[in-house]
Design a protein around this ligand. Structure first.
Ligand code: BYC
Length: 472
């Protein structure tokens, strides 16, 4: 079961050839996906060979095989983690019953919506990042970008498989619509806010990988708990690939911070812009922006949708199975940080409707771990500055804080104060223009742009100066 049949048009470990109807549906979708990839995938590099990993099986030996290939030749396919024999539903009203191999009729609409929302983010991120290759800070970074992009493409395949296999004609229509919406398009935008923002430069890209891909980790982990077993298995395998995306984000920002600190020390100034570095104040403003739009991705603090997803057994908590409670939460409460007039308070809310907030808490704790590592770098250089996450109410568009203006340190403020201070807190046009001015491609193996430090090691044991993408 673990092996993937690469002789088939669509590599898979789900015995696709035994289901002719499904195979035909996916084979019809495949050329349209490739068309989308050519139109909306990495711009200008489709014919270049990149050193990429491809899964050849879902076990430890096979999920990461590295070789040179051109991106359109990447073998996008359908890979589910191994089934767990005897798996039961871990939470909600159906807790303890056998996990569903098929969609329960009464949950069809809700489940489809969850899968479509997840699926929509994957092509969106490829669209957002499609111009970055032209300004890469090194071949190493270029290769990592492409790795993330092809895997987001595969994650789209993962959701399309579920839609086509389990939702009949509706599912096929949704699969089509996933290729029709476009990030940032006024008429047919992507579903969630953060996926319609621009990713115009590599600082934004690394912030996106750190903050927004991390939402992906937490959402996928919650869906991996699902009682709908095919969703659980597909998300479990997606999580294996997702780890690299967050590595790219954390080390990407970390290397920028490192370089900034080196320049600060060398020139004895905070103002490293004139030396081609990105000052810590600008990095902080980018953190504020990307963190806040990613916090929105968790939905409202108090959400009946979230309660329903849980009670229905469709979407659990992060590490649901490890939680030492009744996994039904009907009597439990959870402390939720909320807006109360012009004050911010913490109130005990019913645990079921607070599940978005709980996941957001898990997420914030994980972000803090990354931030702490960046701050250690700053400290190692003897610099007395700390980067911080903005307060969760800052610059929010979803949930109770959307109604208020909140400063990064968590004060409810007036519109006037917001207008006066906004430029201190969020990237300004000048910041963006400055960061953009640094974005000049560096494509000689082993060389790096002046605003980012080299990584401590290469990919898959290769040296840092390995030719990760052949541009010749
Ligand atoms: N933007 O009760 P509410 C990833 C909508 S990232 C726009 O507050 P709910 C990746 C919501 O849809 C992970 N609309 O929230 C990362 C609802 O609309 P309907 C993606 C929003 O439903 C990087 C209404 O507001 N996966 O994988 O409890 C690269 C009220 O909703 C937003 C998932 O999101 C927003 N930010 O939770 C590549 C998992 N937030 O239904 C990939 C699946 C809320 O009333 N999705 N709305 O029309 C879900 O679990 C839930 O849909 C959400 C929202 C957590 C997103």
């Amino acid at each position: 079961m673990a092996g993937i049949d690469y002789t088939e048009r669509i590599p898979n470990n789900v015995n696709l050839s035994e289901n002719r109807r499904l195979q035909r549906a996916l084979e019809e979708w495949q050329p349209r996906f490739l068309e989308w990839w050519k139109d909306m995938g990495p711009d200008g590099f489709q014919a270049k060979e990149a050193y990429l990993r491809t899964a050849v099986s879902v076990d430890a030996q096979g999920w990461a095989k590295f070789d040179y290939l051109r991106m359109p030749e990447y073998r996008w396919g359908i890979f589910l983690a191994e089934p767990e024999p005897g798996r039961v539903i871990g939470f909600g009203d159906d807790k303890g019953k056998p996990a569903w191999p098929d969609v329960p009729g009464e949950y069809r609409g809700v489940l489809r919506r969850l899968i479509v929302t997840q699926g929509d983010t994957e092509p969106a991120s490829v669209e957002q990042q499609r111009h970055l290759g032209r300004t890469c800070p090194s071949l190493y970074d270029l290769r990592n970008l492409f790795q993330v992009n092809v895997e987001e493409g595969r994650h789209l395949w993962a959701m399309v498989y579920l839609l086509d296999a389990h939702f009949g004609r509706d599912g096929r229509e949704e699969s089509e619509a996933l290729l029709q919406r476009r990030s940032g398009d006024r008429d047919k935008p992507r579903i969630l806010g953060a996926f319609n923002e621009r990713t115009p430069d590599w600082l934004s890209y690394y912030m996106f990988c750190f903050f927004t891909d991390r939402d992906g980790k937490y959402q996928l982990a919650s869906l991996a708990e699902s009682g709908f077993d095919p969703l659980s298995r597909t998300c479990r395998f997606m999580l294996t690939e997702e780890a690299h995306h967050m590595f790219v984000g954390e080390t990407g920002v970390g290397r920028i911070v490192q370089r900034t600190c080196e320049l600060m020390r060398e020139h004895k100034t905070d103002d490293v812009r004139k030396f081609g570095g990105i000052d810590l104040a600008t990095i902080q403003r980018y953190i504020n922006f990307h963190c806040s739009v990613s916090l929105d991705l968790f939905g409202s603090e108090v959400s009946t949708n979230a309660a329903n997803f849980y009670t229905m057994g469709l979407k659990g908590r992060f590490e649901e199975t490890k939680k030492p409670d009744d996994h039904q939460l009907k009597e439990a409460t959870y402390p939720v940080v909320e807006l109360d007039g012009d004050r911010i308070t913490t109130r005990e809310e019913p645990a079921l409707v607070s599940l978005n907030e709980r996941l957001r808490d898990d997420y914030v704790a994980d972000c803090v771990r990354g931030l702490t590592r960046w701050n250690e770098t700053i400290k190692r250089h003897g610099i007395d500055v700390e980067l911080a996450l903005p307060h969760r109410g800052f610059h929010r568009a979803i949930g109770s804080f959307a109604e208020a203006k909140v400063s990064p340190d968590g004060r409810v403020i007036s519109e006037a104060e917001w207008d006066a201070r906004r430029r201190d807190w969020l990237p300004t046009e000048e910041d963006q223009a400055f960061v953009q001015s640094l974005m000049r491609p560096v494509v000689e193996p082993g060389k790096f742009a002046g605003w980012i430090a080299p990584p401590s090691r290469g990919i898959n044991g290769k040296p840092v100066d390995f030719e990760y993408v052949c541009l010749g």
